[in-house]
Design a binder for this molecule. Sequence first.
Ligand code: BES
Ligand code: MN
Ligand code: ZN
Length: 491
Amino acid sequence: MEFSIAPLKALSSLRSDCLVVFLQQSAEGSGLADAEAVDAAVAEARQDGDFTGAVGNTLLLGRVPGLAARRTLLVGLGAAPTDARAWRKAAAAACTALKGRAAAQVHLACADGQQPVIEAAVRAFGDFAYVYSATRKPDPDPACRVESVQILAPSRQAAAARARLDRAVAVQAGVDLCRNLANLPGNHCTPAHLGKVAQDLGKRHKLKVEVLGRAEIERERMGALLAVAQGSQQPPRFIVLRYEGAAKKQAPHVLVGKGVTFDSGGISLKPGAEMDEMKFDMCGAASVLGAFEALARLRPAINVVGLIPATENLPGGTAVKPGDVVTSRSGQTIEILNTDAEGRLILCDALNYAERFKPASVVDIATLTGACVIALGHVNSGLFSPDDALAEALLESGRQTQDPCWRMPLGEDYAEGLRSRFADVANIAGRAGGSVTAACFLQRFTKAYRWAHLDIAGTAWKSGAEKGATGRPVPLLVHYLLAQEQGASPR
Ligand code: BES
Ligand code: MN
Ligand code: ZN
């Protein structure tokens, strides 16, 4: 999908397979210059009761007298003032209205005050055009036949519009990379494959990438990661990516992504139903790689480190067993009471490794708990942080990008459940508050820096007919990192 910006002028003579116009419920006309023909069509459609202007309401018209465009699509924005959610709904509705249509070149009219259409359209049309093709033949008649989207913005806003578009396109490239990687089956996306993808990303964008194998992970004394990996024939990887956009002395922001390429539960085996979806247990890792793709395109003046512990979690004769006690990189011993609580094990070693960077902040991203899905559903990611400023920054990035998260608690009273009689800490507490106790476990390994944890178990992929990765929370992460460009502080 090609996205571009062009000056908004002479709508009547615009040649297009489909001219898309966004309209507020109450507004009289389109608010566009030289749009008598459009406004007349809108007035008629309203009068006929065919178009209300409610959010997501659409009307696809054929040839409109006075317009050169082959089709005109009216899209409702609802009542003013229009929020980001309305834009998201409206842009998605525009795509739905074009499903199966032979409209290859689409133009979006962006009236004064309609700049949010840029992000909304790139997200919606990008998702509309997305097809998974790694291990299957393409659909003979795809839903999306749109090839290019041109946004028509008033000339005096062209520079600002272009900057917004560049940013949105970079984010979408990150989202696409994240989705492609996460959708890959577990036998294709192994820990070694994640390492290759990181190295390839590094080569394409001149990033420093290091991929540690089993021997090097042993040398790092990452006993918790190794314990999870020991049941699998696939050797683990520990991936380190560095984006250097600022002076070396500037403290980096660190992203840590859970990279369990398949989570069977291990000896604490999961039930069979929907177990295939545990190929998505590396969505945290995929979102870190996606964020790096966007960063490398946008080149902000900050430093960012990405850390990915990658492994399978399988049962077998060499697998770690319930009751085993292992020593994590931090020196804390862990009693593994449930081998299915493996994400926190691989993350705790990565979080401890992060200390060496003296980070300005550390954000880990993980499909960590089923309990988070019960708590927040598929709408919000779970956000956990003892740092109010960091939490607020991430909440705001989620709001701004329509990739929301919701703050959840931490605290000693929850952490008490992790007590063990045989180790410094157990890897599970009771069933109650499962996403919180998981976060409390991680918190024990994050004392050296500002830290936040995103539990994306409910938001990283969709189940059912639309099964597939969403690319979340790449938009949130990129927004957060770009916002750090202003607030950068020396270490
Ligand atoms: N990867 C899962 C979490 C998960 C489950 C995400 C279902 C999305 C959907 C994680 O490794 C896990 O198995 N967590 C356990 C923890 C429990 C054993 C304390 C869980 O949530 O059941
Ligand atoms: Mn698990
Ligand atoms: Zn898992």
